[in-house]
Design a protein. Structure first.
Length: 266
């Protein structure tokens, strides 16, 4: 189970799906998102999957590095060309987050939650993250959505500065996981959420994201969008996935990005 990803299993399982009809598999990549962006601009169709056994420059939001040891995690990016209005395009990463969270929950009954905007948590610690990036114009335009998921890492395989803040499925469950089977389930769940978003709009997806959210309405939060922290109470999500914060003055402020942390009190 710690060997390479099984492309035969993935191809067979995804034969009837939109995702994964074309798979680019790398022993090592700088970043699956970077490879996918280049392939998208070269005309690869929607649903093309880029996977790597390890990454040398894996990254998350704000160009932060993502620790990507070979053969231990899932590092995967999909090329998408969503037929959505521009203000709904950011929700494609919500579809990925809900799909991944539910795939893990199907196999492990532990507490899986989502921390807006792009973190997957297991028992309150970071297990994975998502990064969506848009590029191009006209027929070559699209979005890539990358997923990094900690699967079979032990504590010793995380950098010292991350220990205590991150976790893996192996650390929580005490067993090795089959990365190929888990990736298959994630992709199938992800596609269900994506198709629902495209065909029926964002309402159902936002409801499911809210049910998995680490925050409950009324929770005191602090968000820093980059120009200083703002405190308030969590008031749900807007129609484009914005985090809504009720400030002490009673106003409702939407945020499309920012660093969020829970407070004891506003």
């Amino acid at each position: 189970m710690t060997g390479s990803l099984d492309l035969t299993l993935l191809s067979g399982a995804l034969s009837g799906a939109r995702f994964g009809h074309r798979i680019f598999h790398f022993s090592s990549a700088d970043s699956t998102n970077d490879r996918a962006l280049d392939l998208m601009e070269a005309g690869e169709p929607e649903g093309t999957l880029v996977i790597a056994e390890g990454q040398t420059r894996g990254r998350g939001r704000r160009e932060r590095s993502w620790h990507s040891p070979r053969g231990l995690g899932i590092y995967a990016t999909l090329i998408l060309r969503p037929p959505l209005p521009p203000h709904h395009v950011p929700l494609v990463s919500f579809a990925a987050a809900v799909g991944a969270a539910n795939a893990v929950r199907d196999s492990h009954p532990g507490r899986v939650s989502l921390k807006w905007p792009n973190d997957l948590l297991l028992e309150g610690k970071k297990m994975g993250g998502l990064l969506s990036e848009a590029r191009g114009e006209g027929p070559a335009a699209g979005v890539v959505v990358g997923l990094g998921l900690n699967v079979n890492q032990t504590e010793a395989e995380f950098p010292e500065d991350l220990r205590g803040f991150v976790t893996s499925l192996r650390l929580v469950t005490g067993r090795l996981w089959d990365r190929s089977r888990l990736l298959k389930e994630i992709l199938l769940r992800w596609e269900e959420e994506y198709e629902g978003l495209v065909q029926r709009g964002p309402e159902g997806l936002l409801q499911r994201f809210g049910e998995l959210s680490e925050f409950r309405e009324g929770a005191p939060l602090q968000i820093d969008p980059g120009d200083g922290p703002i405190r308030g109470r969590f008031a749900g999500f807007g129609p484009a996935g914005e985090l809504l914060l009720e400030t002490s003055k009673g106003s409702l402020r939407p945020f499309t990005f920012g660093e969020v942390r829970r407070m004891r009190e506003v």
